[in-house]
Design a protein around this ligand. Sequence first.
Ligand code: NAP
Length: 250
Amino acid sequence: MTVQGRIALVTGGSRGIGRAIVESLARHGAKVAFVYNSNAEAATEVVTALAAEGHEAWAIQADVRSKPAADKVVADVIEKWGKIEILVNNAGIIRDGLLATMGAQQWQDVIDTNLTSVYNFCQAATRQMMSQRYGRIINMSSVAADVSNPGQANYAASKGGVEGFTRCVATELARRGVTANAVAPGFIETDMTVAVVNAAGDEIKKKIPVRRLGRPDDISNAVLFFAADESSYVTGQILKVDGGLTLGGL
Ligand code: NAP
């Protein structure tokens, strides 16, 4: 998979799945800028660790919910490195709760972070991608877009939105050499899922046909395919990476 020399921007790249994506792209020869929100220490650690391996990464603090912030991040990367060729919209949060008690802020925080952010960064980056007639957009969805988890109405709505958005922009951008695809992870071991894993233990693994939780690298490997030169004929696709969790065979 070829990303050698490409310029990439990843949101939520300081921890978990996003960190694995940043590392994978950088180790395959891309220059990678990534956005974090609040944890500067984690972001610095990613940059330092990659620099020690001889790879270039750049951490940028920004809130992905803000359109002006997204515009500035994209402009800054283009000013520094001349272009953006790979955009990975990965930043996301959960704020679970049953509908009966779900407050408006709890709804809006999830929609803004997981869905509006995807609009913010795609809208900011695609004009330049179209004019250079090359781009790879990869949006992070979730199997929650398809399965009904009580307490995740906000999260499911945001990820369902990401999938519909991805298919639409794929059609709009195809003639300009820009692809747009999404990855829908199942149960991946990160800070986001640590509480559930601690509470449920091995019970979760019994529901997954491959009998293990996913690792961030399982997702970054799928992202690498969509980010690479070789995937130019694949667009508008949603790839589940879930160890068979949603096959319904158990
Ligand atoms: P995580 O470990 O909690 O990391 C979240 C990342 O997003 C962090 O880098 C965080 O930066 C950043 N972020 C959050 N809010 C932000 C904001 N407003 N502005 C900028 N950055 C922000 O999450 P993860 O488990 O790796 O999940 C990554 C993506 O995969 C999410 O879209 C999630 O919905 C999706 N996903 C995860 C799983 C799973 O099992 N883990 C399953 C399906 C889908 P700071 O630390 O600086 O705040």
